[in-house]
Design a protein around this ligand. Sequence first.
Ligand SMILES: *Cc1c(COP(=O)(O)O)cnc(C)c1O
Length: 386
Amino acid sequence: MNVKQKDEEYIAATYSRFPLVITGGKGSVLKDDTGREYIDMGTGIAVNTFGAADDDWINAVNAQLSRIQHTSNLYYTKPAADLAEMLCTRTGMKKVFFSNSGAEANECAVKAARKYAAEKKGREYSVIITLKNSFHGRTITTLAATGQEIFHKDFLPLTEGFVYAEANNIEDLKQKITENKTAAVMFETVQGEGGVMPLTEEYVSAIAALAKERDILTIADEVQTGNGRTGMLYGYMNYGIVPDIVSTAKGLGGGLPIGATLLGDKVKNVFTAGSHGSTFGGNPVCCAAALNIISRIDEALLAEVRQKSDYIIGEMSGAKGVKSVSGMGLMLGIETEKDANEVIDKCRENGVLVIKAKNKVRLLPALNIPWEQLRKAVGVLKAACE
Ligand SMILES: *Cc1c(COP(=O)(O)O)cnc(C)c1O
């Protein structure tokens, strides 16, 4: 059996894969099993922040790997302590809980919000308001948080206590907060899986103002928007608000699995010994990887992300066959006249890997993609849209 046949025989059929076996890569160039090269505009869904097999990142990972690969949370380790300090210093958050994925980072956020509200306002204040068209993960609770019926239907009953408000509709949010005993409002500043849809500034300001007025927590799901993706270290920083809880994962480890839930001043002491945990959480190799990534996301890199974003938006807006361009930083969605699948296939045939979000072509290149490769990829994409 070849790889494709073996995969289809033995791996649960949850994914519809592109017809490619990826065997390696360097930076923003990936290689398949026939030796063909592709410019990567997807980075494993916003995960390989500095591209494939980045030397500096490999050195950081290897150094920790040869010291020790895992200790459990029964012991202190330096990479986890250093990473937590760096995340708090860069965001103003006060404490961090480490996990292994976006869904787990969100689970922790929900637990923190519910425990805080129960202790402060009473156990009945358990409702988390999330937004329609959101995506927060695949566990039973984060599915419940996800405001898209299509993901729910085969897995009922889900965790109780989630209510969905319409994105960018302040009146609807007010009504949902008034009608429910609310612990928190949870949102992505740019809805990634929902079609790369940014929230408006007015709406995000209203979330923050209403939360303050009604003593409700705010949870920013920065799993996809985080770690430099939107041109700021975290997406909420584009909006001038400070959430109470921030969850992140995807690009944090640059390709190794790590999730983090950042706890602001209000909730910094909500967890006590035994109230939450994770065997792999804070794994020293993953933390060493994330330390390398976060320390390299400086103002110069973020400025370059914004510049590259402006370049892509400038090239694609109004291009032949392009209906609209949405998103922020290097997290962009292109609505095309042709079916998105057709554009994606055409790009791949011409050596460029792009992915999909809803009906859009989604671009999530490495934050350090070289200009020359970016220009080439945009050229191929433009031609594929025509
Ligand atoms: C991908 C994603 C998740 C889920 O992350 P996993 O690591 O797949 O569990 C949650 N929230 C958002 C916004 C995401 O983009």
